[in-house]
Ligand binder design. Structure first.
Ligand code: GAL
Length: 426
């Protein structure tokens, strides 16, 4: 072949490649109508408020991305997502990722998936959508690794909330408790009247882990609690002993069938007035709304005023995600103002974005927006923000054993060991 012919063939091939690249670039912009095929969105959102919020995102996807994409709502039920994470792990390791999946910001995202090289960076998307100035810097930092964001936060949830049935308190002439001391006084009074003071549904371990986490916050304060995850607070300290003894005492006031109930079934006890209170994240507010129950009040979990026990649900782009262009448009919806303003009022969370219209949110969520700006933010343990997955699993196992055997000394020693195993404590 002559040199000239070779050059001609080479440059034709080069031009073809460039043209293909440009076409792909156009596709990536995901113009309405240009997308088709299947888009699988994986989550554990199956309860009333969760499912309703998710459906809003799907609706917006249909109108802004494409009506021709078959959006498959792939859920694995189970509050807190432990069951879903197991299925997800099998699929990711087996090279069968969904289009996008629900993942908590923080350790759950970075340690499990990003550092293991399973996710694509989203810096271009964040740049194109102008998100660097729309999401709080602190949130962007937590979804980032090596300077690049790896997932799109759809919300901010608060885990340390005490929810109560107003009628139960009024008719028994009681005030909802602000401190742990008040909690036990009120709980005794309720118990004497045959009312379950605190509803718990820990068929999924996250609920009892979360109750422990809010008790640790109440006893150690924000700095002490945060230090548990950096090695600055000693797990063997007297303060932790006190917190765990208090946690043990709280368990004397929960419904006897707690280990067979889900978190939302525990909420039914509050709604019916069989129980007076429950300590749960604000997805419970979404559950109240879905169940059309309005006579409830809220306070920070006892002793935790001024602290915001935060977590965020986010979605990312797995490497090898099928129908990548359709996923990119999903991520745009998740991060958009319209998406977050539609999703969060039903979900019981506030926007991760800073520009949502507060008027679209109810009284509780407006109060959460105010607190989010002024409170000390601490990371949630039960929801993937404070500790990496392996550490959280060890803690969950220790807590599950403790809830059954009530051996606080063993719990404390297992917690201290787990911190060492995680490489955080000496
Ligand atoms: C959390 C999740 C929330 C909510 C809750 C109960 O882990 O972040 O969105 O769904 O579990 O399932």
């Amino acid at each position: 072949m002559s040199l000239r012919l070779r050059w001609l063939l080479l440059s034709t091939a080069l031009l073809a490649t460039l043209a293909l690249g440009a076409a792909c670039g156009d596709d990536n912009e995901a113009k309405p109508g240009a997308l088709s095929g299947k888009l699988e969105i994986f989550s554990w959102w199956t309860t009333g408020g969760e499912a309703a919020g998710l459906q809003k995102l799907f609706d917006i996807y249909g109108t802004t991305c494409s009506k021709d994409v078959n959006v498959v709502n792939s859920t694995v039920a189970g509050g807190g997502g432990a069951a879903a994470r197991q299925v997800l792990t099998t699929r990711m390791l087996g090279n069968d990722p969904p289009g996008s999946f629900q993942v908590h910001m923080g350790h759950e995202l970075t340690d499990t998936w990003v550092t293991q090289n399973y996710m694509e960076p989203l810096d271009t998307l964040f740049k194109d959508e102008g998100w660097s100035s729309i999401f709080p810097k602190g949130v962007i930092d937590i979804v980032s690794y090596d300077g690049k964001p790896y997932s799109v936060p759809v919300n901010i949830h608060r885990a340390n909330v005490l929810w109560y049935n107003k009628a139960v308190f009024t008719s028994n002439n009681l005030q909802p408790p602000k401190t742990l001391a008040e909690f036990f006084t009120v709980a005794d009074a309720l118990k004497a009247k045959g009312i379950t003071p605190l509803a718990l549904g820990d068929v999924e371990a996250f609920a009892s882990v979360q109750l422990m986490e809010t008790t640790l916050m109440g006893k150690l304060g924000a700095e002490g609690y945060k230090g548990l995850w950096t090695g600055a607070t000693d797990w063997k300290s007297q303060q932790v002993t006190d917190a765990l003894t208090t946690y043990k005492k709280m368990l004397d006031y929960v419904n006897s069938d707690h280990s067979s109930l889900t978190w939302d079934q525990a909420n039914d006890l509050v709604i019916s007035g069989k129980a007076a209170m429950t300590i749960m994240g604000d997805w419970l507010e979404g559950d109240m709304k879905a169940k059309k129950f309005t006579n409830f009040g809220w306070l920070p979990a006892p002793g935790t005023a001024g602290m915001y026990d935060a977590l965020s649900d986010t979605f990312g782009l797995p490497k090898k995600a099928p129908n990548r262009d359709a996923v990119m448009c999903w991520l745009k919806v998740v991060g958009s103002k319209a998406g977050q303003e539609a999703f969060n009022p039903l979900k019981g969370s506030i926007c991760a974005r800073t520009d949502c219209d507060p008027k679209l949110f109810d009284e509780y969520l407006q109060s959460a927006m105010t607190d989010w700006k002024k409170d000390t933010i601490v990371p949630s343990l039960a929801h993937g923000a404070a500790a990496k997955q392996g550490w959280l699993t060890e803690i969950s196992d220790a807590v599950t054993a403790f809830v059954a055997n009530k051996d606080a000394a063993t719990l404390q020693s297992r917690l201290a060991t787990s911190c060492k195993t995680a490489g955080v404590c000496k």
